[in-house]
Each structure stands twice: as C-alpha cells, then as structure tokens.
Design a protein around this ligand. Structure first.
Ligand code: HEC
Length: 123
C-alpha cells in the first residue's frame, strides 16, 4: 500500500514540463526576461489578493488550475475586461504587453515549470 502511494507521488512530481510552444523558457532554474516581467506584474498588480500568493486560489479561482483549460485569448479577454459581475476587476490599464507577460508567468506556474518566486537569466 505504502509503495503504491509513493509511486503515485513520484509520478506526480515527474509530470513533464511542456516544451515546444511554451510561452516561457527555463534554464538552470532561471526564467527568460519576459516571464520574469510577468512575475513582477503579478506582484505589482496584486493579483494575489484574490488568487492567492501561490496562484492556488482564495476569493478567486486557482490560476494553476484555470490556465490548464483557458486559452490564451480567454485569459487576455478576462484579465483585460474583468468579469465585474463575478468579482474579477478589469485590468486593461496594465496594457497588452504586460498582460502577455503575465500569461507567460502564469502558464509556467500552471505547468509546474517553476516556483512562485522566479529569477531571470536575462536583464
Ligand atoms: C478583487 C479580486 C480579484 C483580483 C484583484 C484579481 N482577480 Fe482574477 N478573478 C477573481 C474572481 C472572483 C474570478 C472568478 C470569476 C468567475 O467566476 O468567472 C477571477 C477570475 C480570473 C480568471 C479566469 C479564471 C477562469 O477559470 O476562468 C483569470 C485568468 C484571472 N482572474 C486572472 C487575474 C489576474 C492575472 C489578476 C491580476 C492582474 C487578477 N485576476 C486579479 C478575482 C480577482
């Protein structure tokens, strides 16, 4: 029994980090500059107030889960326009470039490619 649980855990940990068309790059535990700026935007926009310090949800849903299903277009539309009636405020003021950077960071978090706090190999 113990062994079954252990291998299930190991399989979970070994879940592949999606490569190819990923919107982020990880090298030696460091991320590309765009993803890093997405992390800075995440902090300056204080998304964590509602989505939690590790994106795992609070008042708002877990973005680790959401980004497994949402398309990039849906993400951009939701962040830009918000869903006021459901408590998600509009963030169009951030501008398209920063919302794109946010996507790179949150997609990587959702894929389990890096931990919440990232450092970059570019700057
Ligand atoms: C005041 C609280 C609040 C803040 C701040 C906030 N959100 Fe949200 N967000 C929500 C709530 C509540 C929902 C769920 C809306 C719904 O039920 O459709 C949501 C939904 C979302 C969704 C869609 C999730 C899905 O599964 O459809 C995304 C993506 C998202 N937020 C990203 C962000 C990002 C990025 C930021 C920071 C720029 C942010 N949010 C800031 C409350 C917030």
């Amino acid at each position: 029994m113990k062994r079954v649980v252990l291998s299930a855990l190991l399989l979970g940990l070994a879940a592949p980090v999606m490569a190819g068309d990923a919107p982020y790059t990880v090298k030696d535990g460091l991320v590309d500059g765009k993803t890093y700026k997405g992390f800075q935007t995440w902090r300056s926009a204080a998304c964590e107030r509602c989505h939690g310090p590790n994106q795992e949800g609070m008042v708002g849903p877990s973005l680790v889960e959401s980004l497994k299903k949402l398309s990039k277009e849906e993400f951009v539309t939701t962040v830009t326009n918000g869903r006021a009636e459901k408590g998600m405020p509009p963030h169009g003021f951030l501008g398209a470039e920063k919302i794109d950077m946010l996507y790179s960071y949150l997609k990587g978090r959702s894929d389990g490619a890096f931990a919440t706090k990232v450092k970059t190999f570019e700057e």
